[in-house]
Design a protein around this ligand. Structure first.
Ligand SMILES: Cc1cc2nc3c(=O)[nH]c(=O)nc-3n(C[C@H](O)[C@H](O)[C@H](O)COP(=O)(O)OP(=O)(O)OC[C@H]3O[C@@H](n4cnc5c(N)ncnc54)[C@H](O)[C@@H]3O)c2cc1C
Length: 422
């Protein structure tokens, strides 16, 4: 692997052959996350593909002319022709492999796969999920000199990193941009010395053996495992949702309703959480249109009565959202009347979606005791039903899911584990 500058670009990249070029920056956690993957793949694919690095800050004009807007960005070239596919952000090893495999004949790809050597490493504690719960556990364990590894399928930070502003995390007078708060949490834990394996594919989780396989070849063994995988909102899965998630479309009223003072919002859903959250949002918003797919709300009677008596809230029954469109300052929700099939556009300042959350437990669903909603049951030390397996944060069975409660869970689990290991 070689570091080049703009002046060498023509000779090293455009002159021919297969090339992957990593534009990196300093003080860039995602660049640090991709570097070992890039190096490892250079060893595997190095005979066929040239692996090059370029410092983006010092080669800005070239980077910009190639469409590079952030670090890291990986560009692929075949005989001097740039591939339309580039990779940036939390780049996974499997993402890079996919691109490299496209560039090579199938037989060679098969041969390379056979050269991959499985690795095994051992830690005292493995934390699955680097959101506030996992990061806090990592910090406390590291400060107790417990050898800990944090594994996440994405970059560290969890849901906070995609939250616009956080105004209820103690210690900050002004609201903090979510990405800054999560960045600070992550750096604090990393600087302590916790090992990070982030933006990886978690291939297998064996809770009985306390082993996790990442990127298909790397086995990590631990004495204890902390599950801190959080939840994911059930998404509508319609056009515009992905693009406007966190930029007008929210899944958390406690977090975001306050930004809609005297504004008009659309609330999607009709169950208990949608009805209760709509009532909460009405403390701020001037008008709420609820969109519900059925003829009647499915929330409990008391909550329904309160909602229907609320003069700020109007419910559109038998309607379903079909798309979200940005029109200037306004966020348009296009809804379909399920009876007449006609489409209507609802104009508003924001949209809240409450069609349920799901705990991220797919890899170990059958192994642990869960509550009726699929959340992991724990005791007061955050221990699950399986010895040596702890769980913290939004993924556990509890009433209130906030950053402060996740951080508290992480603290408790880490202290309990550190004491036990001692
Ligand atoms: C839009 C929004 C705004 C919010 N605003 C606020 C607010 O203002 N104040 C507040 O207190 N709370 C807020 N919350 C709630 C808060 O973000 C959560 O309570 C908190 O992040 C929970 O932390 P956690 O560590 O349990 O999980 P998460 O933050 O969800 O982190 C879980 C981590 O696990 C990773 N992961 C998932 N599956 C796997 C796997 N199989 N293997 C490895 N890693 C995995 C994820 O990539 C993620 O990084 C908000 C939530 C949302 C969605």
């Amino acid at each position: 692997m070689k570091e080049i500058s703009s002046s060498e670009f023509e000779k090293e990249v455009l002159a021919g052959g297969k090339v992957v070029l990593d534009f990196y920056s300093t003080e860039c956690p995602p660049c640090e996350a991709v570097a070992p993957k890039f190096e490892g793949l250079a060893t595997l694919y190095g005979k066929e593909v040239k692996f090059l690095k370029m410092f983006r800050q010092q080669n800005k004009p070239l980077a910009e002319s190639l469409g590079v807007r952030s670090s890291p960005t990986l560009l692929f070239f075949d005989n001097g022709v740039q591939s339309p596919v580039s990779l940036s952000g939390g780049i996974k090893r499997s993402d890079i492999i996919r691109q490299l495999d496209h560039m090579l004949p199938q037989e060679r790809v098969q041969e390379i796969k056979k050269e991959i050597k499985p690795t095994v490493s051992e830690f005292d504690v493995l934390i699955l999920g680097a959101g506030p719960g996992g990061l806090t556990a990592g910090l406390y364990l590291c400060q107790s000199k417990v050898n800990t590894v944090l594994v996440d399928i994405a970059l560290p930070g969890g849901q906070v990193s995609t939250t616009h502003e956080v105004s209820n995390y103690p210690g900050f007078i002004d609201p903090q941009p979510g990405y800054m708060l999560s960045h600070n949490m992550s750096e604090q834990t990393k600087q302590c010395g916790t090992i990070y394996k982030v933006a990886v594919d978690v291939t297998k989780v064996d809770l009985e053996k306390k082993e996790v396989v990442i990127d298909e070849f790397e086995t990590i063994k631990a004495k204890k495992i902390i599950i801190a995988t959080g939840t994911s909102p059930n998404l509508m899965g319609i056009p515009g949702e992905k693009e406007m998630k966190g930029k007008g479309i929210s899944y958390c009223a406690t977090c975001d309703a306050k930004y809609y003072g005297d504004k008009e919002v659309v609330v999607i859903g009709g169950g208990n959480s949608a009805v209760e959250e709509a009532d909460f949002i009405s403390r701020f918003a001037s008008k709420i249109t609820m969109v519900h797919q059925f003829d009647a709300l499915t929330a409990n009677k008391q909550a329904q009565e309160k909602l229907l008596a609320n003069p700020k809230i109007n419910v559109l029954f038998s309607h379903e959202p079909r798309s979200f469109i940005r029109e200037g300052d306004k966020l348009i929700t296009e809804v379909e009347n399920l009876k007449t099939k006609s489409l209507t556009k609802l104009s508003g300042d924001g949209v809240f979606v409450f069609i349920g959350m799901k705990p991220n437990i797919d890899l170990f669903r059958d192994k642990l005791e869960l509550d009726n909603w699929g959340y992991i049951k724990t005791n007061e030390d955050m221990q699950t039903s399986m010895p040596g397996i702890y769980a913290v944060g939004d993924v556990i069975s509890k009433k209130y899911r906030q950053i402060t409660t996740a951080v508290a869970d992480g603290t408790i689990a880490a202290i309990a584990i550190a004491k036990e290991l001692n």
